[in-house]
Design a protein around this ligand. Structure first.
Ligand code: B12
Length: 220
């Protein structure tokens, strides 16, 4: 039987399908297309070349009034539910120190963080995901309770950079290695005086950087 032929740029084709599903408010189709993309492209490539570009385009459509906030929220929730399903199916983690992942105190954009946790968990790396809007008290309590090998703070809006930087300082003061990512840190000027290591914009390279950071985490 002839091998199933794929379009020249399968990632772009999956992004188109997912955007169509978002406009049709078809959450099942959003998840099916993401599953198919993992099968054709690998998990990491699906995150960087399908999930993130699709979310970016949804944001642009929302900003242009081409998509209302309810449809953006519905498609985002479909993607987040899909990420949670993958997280629950990940292999049993080793007993190396966990990675603690949190958004800054004012940040609701947690999808990138949840996608990174899925990649880490699929490498048997233990993760503790604190999610959106994590206060400094909640973060430092979680650091003391979980003794992580690394803390990742994601902030996506520049207006939230200061509070996210305070989170990084608070975790770093407890002696744990800190990493950060997101639009709030999108230029060298915005990263000035920010403690820790900036995670590049690809989830795959962020995953390798964390696994390679050694600090009691799994070897990269
Ligand atoms: C989904 C979404 C939401 C959801 C979030 C749900 C959730 N739990 O995640 C909800 C509906 C809650 C939301 C709320 C808001 N949102 Co919103 N949102 C988005 C959307 C569509 C996707 C977010 C996302 O996951 N981005 C991740 C990727 C896709 O974004 P990216 O730009 O490609 O990120 C790159 C880098 O920054 C970096 N990166 C980003 N995150 C991470 C994480 C990791 C781990 C790593 C390694 C790298 C990394 O790598 C990426 C690739 O290059 C974006 C569109 C966008 N472009 O991001 C708008 C967007 C970010 N939102 C926007 C706005 C304005 C808001 C609100 C203020 C709206 C309002 N008035 O209420 C609130 C603010 C909430 C808050 N306090 O944080 C604007 C921000 C404009 C700006 N100032 O920068 C955007 C850009 C939409 C737009 N085009 O205007 N949002």
């Amino acid at each position: 039987m002839a091998a199933r032929s794929h379009p020249p740029d399968p990632a772009a084709a999956f992004v188109r399908e997912i955007l169509g599903a978002a406009l049709a408010r078809d959450s099942d189709c959003v998840r099916e297309q993401l599953d198919l993309a993992v099968g054709v492209l690998t998990l990491g490539a699906c995150m960087d070349e399908v999930l993130f570009p699709a979310m970016r385009q949804l944001g642009r459509w929302w900003q242009a009034g081409h998509l209302d906030i309810e449809d953006e929220r519905l498609a985002t929730e479909a993607a987040r539910g899909w990420l949670e399903r993958l997280a629950l199916r990940a292999p049993e983690p080793t007993d190396a120190a966990p990675v603690l992942l949190a958004c800054g105190p004012a940040d609701q954009h947690s999808l990138g963080l949840e996608a990174l946790a899925v990649l880490l968990r699929n490498q048997e790396q233990r993760c503790r995901v604190l999610g959106p809007r994590v206060s400094i008290l909640t973060l430092t309590t979680a650091v003391r309770a979980n003794v992580p090998g690394a803390v990742v703070i994601v902030s996506h809006l520049r207006s939230n950079r200061l509070t996210a930087t305070q989170s990084l300082r608070a975790a770093s003061a407890l002696g744990v290695q800190v990493f950060y990512a997101g639009g709030a840190f999108g230029s060298p000027r915005l990263r000035r005086h920010v403690p820790g290591t900036h995670l590049d914009t690809s989830l795959r390279s962020a995953c390798s950087a964390l696994l390679g950071s050694g600090e009691g985490l799994l070897p990269g």
